[in-house]
Every structure is written in C-alpha cells, then in structure tokens.
Design a protein around this ligand. Structure first.
Ligand code: PLP
Length: 399
C-alpha cells in the first residue's frame, strides 16, 4: 500500500534521468519531453550550467532566513526588475503563493483607498492555484468543489471580453484590481487579444485599479518576449511568476510597480523559504542562460515551427476544432474528450498533457531545437489523426 495521499491520478512511469528535452524511465526507455514539468523545466533537464550553479551554491549556503540580507535574492530582484520594468519583488515558493501575495496586496491597496470590502475582477476558466484564496479566484468549479465556503471578494467575468469589465467598472465600487492570465494555461491555452490587455490597462488607469497579470505559466520567455504583457506594450502594476523561473527549483515571485511596490510593510507578509540563496542562484542562472543562449528568439522560432507543423498536419481534420498558440505554448482543441492521448503519446515516447479534457497542451522546454520540434510533430500528428479516426462515437457523445 502506498503511503502517498491520493491527490494525483499518476501515470505508472517514473523518470530517473534527463538531458535537454529527453527523459529516461526506470527501464531505460527514452522520451521526448514536450511538457517541461508543466512549464517548469525552462532549460530542459540536466543543464550543465544550472546543475553546476546549484551544486556550488548548495556547498556555500542553502538557507539562512529572511531575517537577514540575502545577496542572491537582491541580485535576482535587480535582474527581474530590469527585464520586467517592475520596481519591487517579494519571493515565495510557488505560483499559488505568488497569487496569494497579489490578492493580499490588492486588498491592502483597496483599504488604502478606504474601500472596506475590496474586490478583484477575475476570469472564467482562470487558474491561480489551490490555496483557499487562489482556488476561489480560479474559474473552474472542479477546483473549488468541496472546499466551500470560498473566499469572497472576487467578481468573475468572461475572459477576453472587455465590455463585461466595463460593466463591472460602472456598477461595482468595491473593485480595486483585475487579475488576469494573459494566456490561460490550465484553462485550455486561451490567448487574450493584445487589444484586450491594453483596454484593461486603460480601465485600471481610469479607476485606480491594479492590473495584476498572472504569468506563472505563460511568462519567462515562453512566447518570445520575457513576459506576455510586453507584446501588448503595456506595464502591469503587479505580476506573478513561479514555475519556470528557476528551471525546476521551487520559487515564486510577486512583482509590483510604483505605489503598488510600496504597499507591503514589514510584518505584513512573509515566507520562510521564500527567496533562499539556492533558489535565487538557480533563477539567476536560468535567466542568464535564456539571455546568453538567445532562448527568447528560440522560443519564437521553434514555437512557430511547431504551430505551423501542427496546423499543416492536423488543420481541417474532422474533430480538430482549433490549433492555437504563442511561442512554445500551444493548444490543439478537439471536439471530444482526449485524455487517453496522454497515454498513447507516452507509448509513442512523447510527453504531452491534456487540459480541460479536450485541449492537447504543449509546453516544451525553451531549449527545444527545430529538429526536436519536428520529432514532436512527427509523433503527435499521426497519433491525433489515429485517435480521431478510432475514438468511438460514445466518447464524442459523452464530451
Ligand atoms: N497560476 C497559473 C497561471 C498557473 O498555471 C498555476 C499552476 O498551474 C498556478 C498559478 C499555481 O502554481 P503552483 O502550482 O506553483 O501553486
């Protein structure tokens, strides 16, 4: 009997080693990783510079506490500020913690404006984490069910629909912030229009709301810019990062700008492990490799190749609803549930994911090269075609 709590429906494969975009299981079988631990392994597996930095830092110092200055944390905050245009950074250990920090920051901002019951506009199909506040902000009943009473103070609107935000602005004086994933990841690779992001910025400016972008999954180079909001030419007030920031070492960050960066005062928020020297050294190495190896350009180029290859191979196929993506964040939406494709792809030596039951999701490491991307296409296209040809009508009817 396993002593692990039953929180995951695990696939019975254990990976023991990785190199670049390749993983090996216990039996020595090799797999192509087009998922990167769900957008975590930015530099792939076993990156020599990252492993060297982690080894050296762990020998020098792993943890001392935020009671003291942490040089690596200060350097990482400087670097993040430089690439994002933000002013202040709070470090934590995960995406949900980064979102929690933002929710607390927004409430403080609201109270600072004498709003007694501050509320945050959130989106349908959003995913912000599994703590009580972040699952309440999440727009998916499956994530919330059983955990009621939910945390209040969220006003939900349809994603990518600026009119509904304008309606809220006109009628709800309690709103103090908007929280949005510029590209929804768990929600099915839903890409907000750049115009929508610019309009959100405008509404926030008019109302004195904070524009808070959750770039935990879509940020950090995946779309060819460091952050998705940079494609829109806007600057948020708050941004959340985690997942790929240290290429696999747990870290999260809540970045803020201007007055929002001054909201937290000593004692208001904290995290024992947040911004420890080990995680910060790994993040600094990750950012340095992204920069020095041109991984932003690589993400754009290889992502475009993947998208074009999938469109060529699957576009127009009955059962394929839409193939969408930006850089190395790609979704193929089918007209039926396709969770079985994860196992079929594994049998074919490829790691993918399916989200919202019908969307095949690819989030490869940023180090994937063109030849590896062609191998992804060569495996995935016939697999999806075969699945659609054979999937029984019953599956389609159920979906
Ligand atoms: N925000 C987004 C956009 C995410 O995709 C996720 C995780 O998938 C989270 C927040 C939560 O991150 P974590 O699982 O590190 O708490």
């Amino acid at each position: 009997m396993s002593h692990l709590m039953n929180t995951y429906q695990r696939i019975p494969i254990a990976f023991v080693r990785g190199e670049g975009v390749w993983l090996w299981d216990e039996s020595g079988r090799k797999y192509l990783d087009a998922l990167a631990g769900i957008a975590v392994n930015t530099l792939g597996h076993g990156h020599p510079r990252l492993t060297r930095v982690i080894a050296e830092q762990s020998q020098r110092l792993i943890h001392a506490s935020n009671l003291y200055r942490i040089a690596e944390q200060e350097r990482l905050a400087d670097k993040l500020a430089a690439i994002s245009g933000m002013d202040g950074v709070f470090f934590c250990n995960s995406g949900c913690e980064a979102n929690e920090a933002a929710i607390k920051l927004a409430r403080l901002h609201g109270h600072g404006k004498s709003v007694d019951n501050p509320a945050i506009v959130v989106m349908d199909k959003a995913f912000h984490g599994r703590t009580l506040a972040t699952l309440s902000a999440t727009g998916n009943r499956k994530v919330q069910a059983g955990f009621e009473p939910l945390v209040g103070g969220f006003v939900r609107v349809p994603f990518n629909d600026i009119e509904s935000v304008r309606q809220v602005a006109a009628h709800d004086a309690n709103v103090v912030a908007v929280l949005v994933e510029p590209i929804q990841g768990e929600g099915g690779i839903n890409i907000s229009s750049l115009e929508y992001l610019r309009n959100l910025r405008e509404i926030c400016d008019q109302r004195g709301w904070l524009l808070m972008v959750d770039e935990v999954q879509c940020g950090l180079g995946r779309t060819g810019q460091w952050f998705v909001y940079q494609h829109a030419g806007i600057q948020p007030d708050v941004m959340l990062l985690a997942k790929g920031l240290a290429s696999g070492v747990p870290i999260g960050a809540c970045l803020a700008r201007g007055a929002a960066a001054e909201v937290f005062k000593p004692g208001m928020h904290g995290s024992t492990f947040g911004g420890n020297p080990l995680a910060c050294a790994a993040a600094l190495a990750t950012l340095a490799v992204i920069e020095e190896d041109g991984l932003l350009q690589n993400a754009e180029r290889v992502g475009a190749l993947l998208l074009a290859g999938l469109r060529e191979g699957l576009g127009g196929t009955p059962g394929v609803r839409e193939i969408r993506g930006h850089g190395l964040m790609i979704g193929v939406e089918l007209d039926r549930a396709c969770n079985d494709l994860v196992g079929l792809a594994l049998e074919a030596g490829l790691l993918i994911n399916v989200t919202m039951d019908k969307v095949i999701r690819l989030l490869p490491p940023l180090v994937m090269n063109e030849s590896e991307a062609r191998q992804v296409i060569a495996i995935l296209v016939p697999l999806v075609r075969g699945f659609l040809a054979q999937a029984p009508a019953a599956i389609a009817a159920r979906a």
